[in-house]
Design a protein around this ligand. Structure first.
Ligand code: BDR
Ligand code: CA
Length: 337
């Protein structure tokens, strides 16, 4: 990432908040975020997305219990998109959102304030700008920026899993998080706040192979075993061999976005304006990434060096998955494939 990227190089962990719609791969992301010493998770905000909001909150609490996480504040946020009719992704994540993983109910408290208010308070109270890791439809983040523009300088950057340069997954053109709430994504991508767009290309590049998934599933460690179950579910339901590289492999998905915050050297970035197609029809929710460098129609200059969006155009997938596995299953020094 760019020179101003927050880093743990000064010896202190990077302060982050996570916005999630837990979700199988959000669960993997939460496990990595709370386990890795390079991050200081200040709060977790929940949005409806993969499954309905109440289920997202419950899953988040249970996953944080599984990781034996400290008492990080959790709050429920927007239960539906700004304009769209909510359509969940339980066809991918399973009825509960955690595939076939069963976790005990949690006693972990939920804040009595709305997630947008939790984010506001957390950002304003933090001694240094905070990285917002957005792994859900961007409804909470967009409402935060619209209601409380004073928080913008307190955001180091928004590292969002969403969008794609090429093909979508929810539809031919659109990635799920952006498709679910296109207006929210457009607000965030044009907000002027620094954004790193971790789209579907890197999302499917950090993968764990079938043998390693099976090995995780046999682990004596409950976190590693849970990760094995979550990855096995993804490998079984969604993963197209062409996208994840080999039969039975699974992408770590949202967890790769967290890994990218931990180790920005994993990424190749390209600064480019990104807009969201908002018209009804087959392109709704598609991210239009302007990678042009020459002259456009009418001879207009196309290069926009001033964009606040950096798009991930390359990822070292093996190292990214390796970082994830080293945190989740530190007992086994085995490569991702
Ligand atoms: C994104 O959508 C959700 O299904 C995943 O959790 C991820 O955040 C991928 O398109
Ligand atoms: Ca997600």
């Amino acid at each position: 990432m760019s020179a101003a990227t927050p880093s743990a190089a000064n010896g202190r962990p990077i302060p982050v908040v996570l916005d999630v719609d837990t979700g199988v791969d959000d669960a993997l992301a939460l496990l990595l975020a709370v386990r890795h010493p390079a991050l200081d998770v200040l709060a977790v905000s929940c949005a409806g997305g993969n499954v309905p909001l109440a289920q997202v909150v419950e899953n988040t609490r249970r996953v944080l219990d599984l990781a034996d996480a400290p008492p990080v504040p959790i709050a429920a946020g927007m239960h539906r998109p700004l304009v769209e009719t909510p359509q969940d992704a339980s066809y991918v994540h399973g009825r509960t959102g955690l595939g076939t993983l069963e976790l005990p109910p949690s006693e972990r408290p939920v804040e009595e304030v709305h997630a947008v208010e939790l984010l506001r308070r957390t950002l304003l109270a933090a001694p240094e700008p905070v990285t917002v890791i957005a792994l859900a439809p961007l409804t909470n983040v967009a409402v935060l920026l619209r209601m409380h523009p004073e928080v913008a300088p307190r955001i180091a950057r928004i590292v969002m899993m969403g969008g794609a340069i090429g093909a979508g997954n929810a539809t031919a053109a659109a990635e799920f998080n952006v498709w679910h709430d296109p207006e929210a994504a457009e607000i965030v991508l044009t907000s002027g706040v620094p954004v790193v767009m971790y789209g579907l290309e890197p999302f499917y590049t950090a993968t764990v192979g079938a043998d390693r998934i099976a090995e995780l599933g046999r682990s004596a460690d409950p976190v590693a075993r849970a990760a094995g179950s979550l990855l096995a579910h993804l490998a079984g339901v969604t993963e197209d061999e062409d996208r994840v590289g080999s039969a039975g492999a699974a992408a770590i998905g949202d967890a790769g976005t967290v890994a990218a915050v931990i180790d920005p050297a994993l990424l190749r970035l390209h600064r480019a304006p990104v807009r969201v197609a908002l018209a009804e029809g087959p392109t709704r929710g598609c991210t239009v990434v302007d990678l042009r460098t020459g002259l456009g129609a009418g001879g207009a200059e196309t290069k926009d060096a001033g964009s606040h969006v950096e798009v991930v155009t390359g990822l070292d997938g093996a190292r990214c998955a390796g970082l994830f596995l080293a945190a989740i299953d530190p007992g086994a020094a085995v490569p991702a494939r």
